[in-house]
Structures are given as C-alpha cells and as structure tokens.
Write a protein that binds this ligand. Sequence first.
Ligand code: NPQ
Ligand code: MG
Length: 373
Amino acid sequence: MIDPILIERAELRVITLPLHRPFVTSFGVQRERELVLVRLFTNLGEGWGECPSLAEPVYTHEFTAGALAVLRDHLLPRLAGPIAGPSRVAPALAGVKGHRAAKSALEMAVLDVWLRARSTSLADHLGAERTRVAVGVSIGIHETIPGLLADVEKKIAEGYARIKLKIRPGWDVEPVRAVRKRFGDDVPLQVDANAAYALSDARRLAELDEFGLLLVEQPLAEGDLVQHAELARRLRTPLCLDESIESVHDTAAAIALGSCRIVNIKPGRVGGYLEARRIHDLARANGVAVWCGGLIESGFGRAANLALAGLPGFVLPGDTSPSLHYFPFDVTAPFEMADGHIDVPAGPGLGVEPDPEGLGRATARRETVVVGR
Ligand code: NPQ
Ligand code: MG
C-alpha cells in the first residue's frame, strides 16, 4: 500500500509557446499557444498537469485568467485533505460546475505523482495496448487553394497517417475537392467545422459525401445533439462529435440519439483522462469508434494524450502531431514522428520531464498556492 497523497503546494504557470504559423479555424486566428501548467508538490513527490484552455473563451468558456482563478480559489482548496488516489480527484472537485480543462490539469498532476510513486506509466494504468500510435495532422483554413495544396503536400511527404482540414462556410467543398483531385482518393481525409454550420446547411454538407471522407467533425453547435442526429440521417459521411461531448453522460445521449458514429476524445474537454477512458469504454461497447483529439498541448499534455491513444478503441489516427510541427521548442523533450507514428511514453507517470530551458523561455508568469501542510 502507498500512503494517500497530501498536496503541500501548487505552482501555477502561464506559458506561451509561439506557433510557427497562425492557426486559423472557424472560431478565429490563434497566433500563439497560451496555457496553464500545474506543478504539484506533495508528500510523494512532484507531478505535472496541463490545463489546455485558450487565452480567450472562444473555443469553450474556459480561458487563462478564469482557469487560474478557479484553480487557485475553488479547485485546489478542495484537494487540501488526503487523496487516496487519482480516482478521488474528480469526485472531490464535482461541487464546482464546468471548468473541465482546469479539473483535468489537477487529476493529471495527481496521476503523475501517484504513478511515479508506483513506477507505473500512465499508458499501463489506463490500459493502453499499443506501444506506438498513428498520427494525423490538422490543417488550418488557408487564404488560397494553392496555399492549402502546398501545405497538404508537405504533410503527406512527412508521412502523416491522416489529413484533417478545418472548414467553415465558404471554405468547405472547394478545398476538399481540390485536395482529392491533386492527391487522390487514397489519402485518409476528414474535415472539422468547429460548430460553424446550422441544420439548414445540410444540403451543402451533403455535397461532401462524394469525397469519401472518414468523417465530418462537429458541423453543428455544441448543444445540437438532436440536430446532429437529423443531419446524420441526411449524410452518408459519418458524423464525429467534438465540442458536444463533455462527459460520458453526453456520450450516452449522443449514442442513444444517433447523433454520431465517431467521437473525438479530448481529455481536457471532458474533465480528465479517467473520464476520457470511460467515454472510450462506453463508445467501444456500443460499436462507436473514437480517436484522440488535440488542443495544441505542450509536451506534458501531448505525452498523456499519446498514452490514452494507445487504448484499443482508438481506431483512427489522433491529432497528436509531433511537438515541433506546431512550436519551435517545447517545455519537455519534443515528441518525434517516424513512419506516421509516435511512441507511447513508457516511463513512470506521464513519462516526460520538464526541460528547464524550454520551460524558462515559455513561462510568462507563475504563482504559488499553498494547499495544505
Ligand atoms: C479541434 N484542435 O479539434 C481543435 C481546435 C483547436 C488540433 O484541430 C490554439 C490553436 C489552440 C489552435 C485549441 C485541432 C487550439 C487550436 C483547439 C485549435 O477542434
Ligand atoms: Mg474539433
């Protein structure tokens, strides 16, 4: 038996990672990746967690300043007593509504501490069965079709196992047609609308059916489970939900309604890696495919996502691109892709260590929160 975890203090760090190029989606232009890292100091040692919220509340309601406030004032105080294990974190935080990305950071840091103390990797703890996972890439909205084609050509040459194009009204059928025409029907291809359409766009979206896409991700608004079910009846291309799925509860509703045939699982969106595993288990039991999404995480979140993506129900390539695809440097040793795959981290806990140089360069500000003694 291992002692319960006692958190002494937490360091909250805002980091900014520059992006090689602006990332354009239907919710706006991202020029850099700002997020919050949590480092827990406990009786059993240290652990790292990542809160993959954005600087502004444009993708979900969470954002940097809100995440800092909720972590400091509402979540960390709820972890002041002994914690028997990682599975006790979510119940301790359940009194706070929402803020799933912030909650996921704390559960992740507790997992890191606890698994290091037992010399177990996150991949083994979650039940991963693969030692390497297939990797896809997410390509932002371009100004021109030739610019898009040049980007896609590079990514195919780099060996990605699948290409995802961001779409929005005015940038949908034509870019997909152009990619198919230039690179053929064998390229595994999918699109992501980030909730930019309405059910009244069903006919436009049905024009995508002729291109043999793997899936259309989150065409309609977050709350539109019923509308997605109706849209699913009008399209041949499988629907995949991202923003609509915040919990295993939402997943059950989506499956019952027929809102999707595929789920993008992002631990930061659903409150943590343990809820992510429950979603995986439910989907798998119902014949619904899942894949690991990405929120342009730093090396910490990337490591944990790769562990999750090793579970058997993750049957499609993930948005788990190598670190240096997005950033010139990272806060851990960068993950590298070979042959369209990245190795699942095998070391204890998250299996990654902070890189002091990268962490120093990325850190914009930090504060310490005293939790208990
Ligand atoms: C998605 N991710 O699947 C998200 C959207 C997203 C890899 O497409 C900074 C820059 C933060 C871009 C968070 C991918 C972001 C971002 C999320 C894109 O919907
Ligand atoms: Mg998405």
